[in-house]
Ligand binder design. Structure first.
Ligand SMILES: C[S@@+](CC[C@H](N)C(=O)[O-])C[C@H]1O[C@@H](n2cnc3c(N)ncnc32)[C@H](O)[C@@H]1O
Length: 325
């Protein structure tokens, strides 16, 4: 097991979530077994080549998650190691001067949502589908007591492990789990689900999982694809959407609101609707595959190459009701 998985157990030992620790352990072992990846050994070997500076600090500078050290670090070797963990989808990061210009300017999404959400100071936070953990760091920056992420994609665990290994222990952890592995824990003060809902065949089941992980009165921060105009209720692409294979449904805002209500959420507020730009999601040296520009109709960027409305994302906030209030 990667040490980042152990960190979760340390962080939650003195929390009410501790009664679910053995359930988490069983699921982690099950997923590691079921989803082992042919490149695990290669990625593990890369982690072993990373430098181990004694003193580093975590800083946040213009949306960049940055690690600094006073020590002499071989930047050529570090760049080589970090590049070997490509593709970097979420960022940007700056690691001892090496800038990881990821596919997504994840800081732009954070800038859209952060002023709108409940203050994270002192809160226990869960990020479902957290990718490489970029937002876990932003949650710590915002004062979260602990920031727990889950994501089944193996490479992202290794990227997060690389970042964690280069700095002192912090209050972030990532587990290699799926949403359906989460226990009904009613523990977290804020649950984030960003870029996950449209990948779930049963969106209401996903929203119910988010609901059940929240403490009463807790806040859901949902970010997902929506139809920009409300004339049609839902798009269910029979094959690909913007070249993505596993997009099950894209609702309009009215339908999305109804789904949240069905999952027992209240106080539903749509705080942002933004069309994704080719500046926010693009190919870089750190993610060399095709990106959004290649998935849009070259003659009409309002449409995907399949002829559907181009990706537009909404940020929606909602509460798990607190019966005592
Ligand atoms: C589009 S990315 C979004 C990443 C990040 N939340 C963001 O907003 O930038 C979707 C992520 O969800 C993860 N994912 C896919 N299915 C999942 C599931 N059933 N449970 C949890 N995460 C899932 C993927 O591995 C991927 O990292």
């Amino acid at each position: 097991m990667l040490p980042i998985f152990d960190r979760f157990f340390e962080l939650t030992e003195a929390e009410p979530l501790n009664r679910f620790q053995s359930a988490f352990k069983t699921q982690i072992l099950h997923r590691l077994d079921a989803r082992s990846h042919g490149r695990d050994d290669e990625w593990q070997a890369i982690l072993e080549t990373l430098p181990s500076p004694k003193k580093t600090v975590l800083r946040f500078d213009s949306g960049m998650v940055e690690l600094r050290s006073q020590e002499d670090i071989d930047l050529q070797d570090l760049t080589k190691a970090l590049l070997a963990l490509k593709p970097w989808r979420k960022g940007p990061f700056k690691i001892f001067g090496v800038e990881i210009d990821a596919e997504w300017r994840s800081d732009w999404k954070w800038a859209r949502l952060h002023p709108q959400i409940e203050n994270l100071s002192g809160r226990a936070v869960l990020d479902i589908g957290c990718g490489n953990g970029y937002y876990l760091y932003r949650m710590l920056e915002a004062g979260a007591r602990c920031a727990i992420g889950i994501d089944p994609t193996r490479l992202f665990s290794f990227q997060f492990q690389a970042l964690q290994q280069l700095q002192p222990k912090n209050a972030a952890a990532l587990l290699p789990l799926l949403d359906e592995d989460l226990p009904n824990c009613a523990f977290f003060d804020t649950v984030f689900s960003m870029g996950v809902l449209y990948h779930r065949r049963d969106p209401i089941a996903h929203l119910k999982i988010c609901h059940d992980c929240l403490a009463p009165g807790g806040e859901l921060v949902l970010e997902t694809l929506v139809l920009p105009h409300s004339d049609s209720e839902v798009l269910k692409p029979p094959e690909r959407y913007a070249q993505m294979r596993n997009v099950w449904e894209i609702p309009n805002l009215h339908r999305l609101q109804g789904q949240l209500e069905q999952a027992s959420f209240t106080d539903i507020r749509i705080v942002d609707v933004t069309r994704t730009s080719i500046e926010e999601q693009r190919a870089t040296e750190w993610m060399e595959f095709q990106s959004l520009k290649d998935f849009l109709d070259p003659k009409n960027p309002e449409l995907t190459i399949e002829g559907y409305p181009a990706p537009t994302r909404a940020i929606v906030l909602a509460k798990r009701p607190n019966p005592g209030h």
